[in-house]
Design a protein around this ligand. Structure first.
Ligand code: ZN
Length: 447
């Protein structure tokens, strides 16, 4: 038995049913689960952390990432390219990676996310060069201590079959499905408080066959895991779908079993009204990645229309090669700004953006045990110190987190365990990890 007390919070942002914000609040967790929340004299606990001057929020949830790309940030040939050109630049570099690079990039990317308040992250790993495997990332994530939804991606249509990726990065579809089944059996934990969950995630409709999309959905339901892919990211994506499949992406997804409470799609920038209604009707989730959409010039996702239509929307930082930053408050801010840029200043509030980053993410990943600070939920929480220059002069500390940010977290707890302490990783040795990153980049950049 261990108890953790967070006390004297300037504001405790609960994201509970009433969206209570408790001034001067405290929170008590026992064995990683929230046991009590209150004001006034706090109870005793084995560990007591002062949140004086801090906003305390639920841990943020990241629903789309390609952690392996963390070693290919700001690559010159990819900096200004559109999506397909960008992929063609990076495929040959990724083809040089192996198990060590997959593990290292996972550690780097999850640490970056954790330092900015993320406590649950999904990942979409869709190529396995040089003997690498999804388990390389799962083991690395366990060391970091962030909840990890590892989705087993895949590409089976290479250049020789009219696809985009080089053949060397593609796999046979039978082998893909076998590995998916094996991963679900070995690693998927459906229980509350799970640190590892598995999902199946063919890279995109343009890199695998119709059959693999369909069979992945059938297998996922057999194994009780979720489905994830990229959908309707930009105009090229829609044109490709119409030309190759004769239907828009929403219809393609629906025909192959890719809608439902157990499915979430990344981007969805180009969903039309009918597709938004389809997603709402079926409970299909969306991972909105605003910085990536800006970075690649993909457009502005219709998030206001999705939210108003009761579509589940969450945030994703996307692969580091297409947004170069893994900061979820930055994404929340960008999501808010993009809706305002197109629809007006009242299109999304700072609080709504924060809700999408927490509750929204938990809903999209099918987790009822995280995303809010409520009795019975996991003690996944973040202390944001408002004592710095970014927020000096702010009148509303909760709105300031999004409007004035992005800032880094001071403390981050996952299931009551400290992952970030005083703004530093508590679970990862920073100097050796960062020097390993420099060596890895030199190696990948070399011949
Ligand atoms: Zn992506």
């Amino acid at each position: 038995m261990s108890t953790l007390l967070i006390r004297d919070a300037e504001v405790l942002v609960t994201m509970d049913g009433a969206r209570r914000e408790i001034a001067g609040g405290w929170l008590l967790a026992r064995d990683g689960v929230i046991e009590a929340i209150g004001t006034g004299e706090p109870p005793a606990a084995e560990e007591s952390v002062s949140a004086m001057g801090c906003v305390v929020t639920p841990g943020l949830v990241n629903t789309h990432h390609h952690l392996f790309q963390t070693l290919t940030k700001a690559v010159p040939g990819g900096q200004d390219a559109l999506l397909f050109g960008w992929l063609r630049t990076l495929y040959p570099i990724w083809a040089k990676m192996g198990p060590e690079e997959i593990a290292l990039s996972t550690t780097l990317g999850l640490s970056e996310l954790a330092l900015a308040g993320c406590t649950t992250s999904s990942d979409h790993l869709y190529m396995f060069p040089n003997g690498s495997h999804l388990s390389d990332s799962i083991h690395a994530a366990r060391e970091v201590g962030v909840r990890f939804h590892a989705t087993r991606g895949s590409m089976s249509i290479g250049e020789s079959k009219g696809g985009l990726p080089p053949d060397i990065l593609t796999e046979g579809e039978d082998a893909i499905l076998r590995d998916c089944a094996d991963l679900a059996d070995r690693f998927h934990d459906p229980a509350d408080g799970a640190m590892t969950r598995i999902g199946f995630a063919p890279c995109s409709p343009f890199s695998v066959s119709r059959e693999l999309m369909r069979d992945s959905a059938i297998l996922a339901r057999e194994k009780g895991v979720m489905l994830h892919t990229h959908l309707a990211e930009n105009d090229e994506d829609i044109a490709y779908s119409l030309e190759k499949f004769g239907v828009r992406p929403g219809r393609y997804a629906e025909d192959l079993g890719w809608v439902g409470e157990d499915v979430w799609h990344a981007h969805c920038v180009k969903l039309d009204a009918e597709e938004i209604a389809l997603f709402a009707r079926t409970g299909t989730g969306v991972a909105h990645c605003p910085c990536s959409n800006c970075r690649l010039g993909s457009g502005v996702a219709p998030v206001r229309a999705m939210r108003d239509g009761s579509v589940k929307v969450a945030l994703g930082v996307d692969g580091s090669a297409s947004s170069d930053a893994g900061h979820l408050v930055g994404e929340a801010r960008q999501a808010m700004l993009m809706q305002r840029a197109t629809l007006g200043a009242d299109a999304m509030s700072a609080r709504e953006a924060l809700e999408i980053a927490t509750l929204g993410g938990a809903a999209v990943l099918g987790r009822r045990d995280v995303g809010a600070l409520e009795v019975g939920k996991q003690a996944d929480l973040v202390l944001w110190d408002l004592g710095g220059f970014e927020t000096a002069g702010a009148w509303d500390p909760v709105a300031a987190l999004v409007l004035c940010g992005p800032m880094r977290a001071r403390e981050v707890f996952v299931g009551g365990r400290a992952v970030v302490r005083e703004g530093r990783m508590a679970t990862v040795e920073a100097p050796s990890t960062l020097s390993a990153a420099r060596r890895a980049v030199e190696k990948l950049a070399g011949g």
